[in-house]
Design a protein. Structure first.
Length: 263
């Protein structure tokens, strides 16, 4: 019975921004739990095709869907094609996101808006159109990928923090409106993870590497696979009465102020 609670066999799952990084790690976890994965990307068809091939090499039933989450017409067309060619979406993971590291006084308005569009407006657009089918079928799961910046500020990432703080509140609003339709809407807030993007700053002796290890009670960077359990839980029957929460997978950073007690 406990295993069945987490079984995703046959569940059609759209993961935006799943061609690499944490999005791919979470999507692989869902795929290995039995879900069919719709891999979304927006940069190029070649990158999308390469990603789908990587999923398939691991035995995951995967399909590609190239669209920009900020383009409502493109989203609607892509969702219609997915439903026709693969089937209706049972699980949506709003993972696509960007960040621009610029002090507030130096940041161009256009750059600020670009981050808000992808990280906050994108999840609104995709969810708005996916949820209509979920409502008509009587259930579904939506997971918004938030951040520790949904709770904390940090210098040079004002647009990202504003978007991710907004995404936390959008998650709660979605849960408020859609829980009555047996749709569970929740979030995942990753901490600092060992990815190709963070590789240059994870060298021994690098100040930021030392800061993260000392600041994290678990005393390490997260492994991308550490996100898979939370993603599977929030996508499965095990979370059928969980609504409007953000699960922070951060090694304990948000649980403490200052240096952890184990130093």
């Amino acid at each position: 019975m406990s295993i069945k609670l987490f079984d995703l066999t046959g569940k059609i799952t759209l993961v935006t921004g799943a061609t690499h990084g944490l999005g791919m790690a979470m999507a692989k976890g869902l795929g290995n739990a039995g879900a069919k994965i719709i891999v979304n990307g927006s940069s190029s068809q070649q990158k999308l095709d390469d990603a789908v091939l990587e999923y398939k090499k691991e035995g995951i039933d995967a399909y590609g869907s190239l669209f920009d989450v900020t383009d409502e017409n493109a989203v609607k067309a892509a969702l219609a094609k997915i439903e026709t060619e693969v089937g209706p979406i049972d699980i949506l993971v709003n993972n696509a996101g960007i960040i621009k590291r610029t002090p507030i006084v130096d940041m161009e308005v256009a750059d600020f808006k670009a981050v808000i569009d992808v990280d906050l407006v994108g999840p609104f657009i995709v969810s708005k159109h996916v949820v209509k089918g979920m409502i008509s079928r009587g259930g579904g799961k939506i997971i918004n990928i938030c951040s520790m910046m949904s709770e904390l500020g940090r210098d040079t990432v004002s647009a990202y923090a504003a978007a991710k703080g907004g995404l936390k509140m959008l998650t709660q609003s979605m849960a408020t409106e859609w829980a009555k339709f047996n749709i569970q809407t929740n979030g995942i807030g990753p901490g600092y993870f060992a990815t190709s993007q963070t590789a240059p700053i994870r060298d021994d002796g690098h100040p930021f590497n030392e800061f993260i290890i000392k600041r994290t009670p678990a005393s390490r960077w997260g492994d991308p696979e550490d996100l898979q359990g939370a993603a599977i839980f929030l996508s499965s029957k095990a979370s059928d009465f969980v609504n409007g929460h953000v699960v922070y997978v951060d090694g304990g950073i948000l649980a403490t102020i200052g240096k952890p007690a184990n130093e």
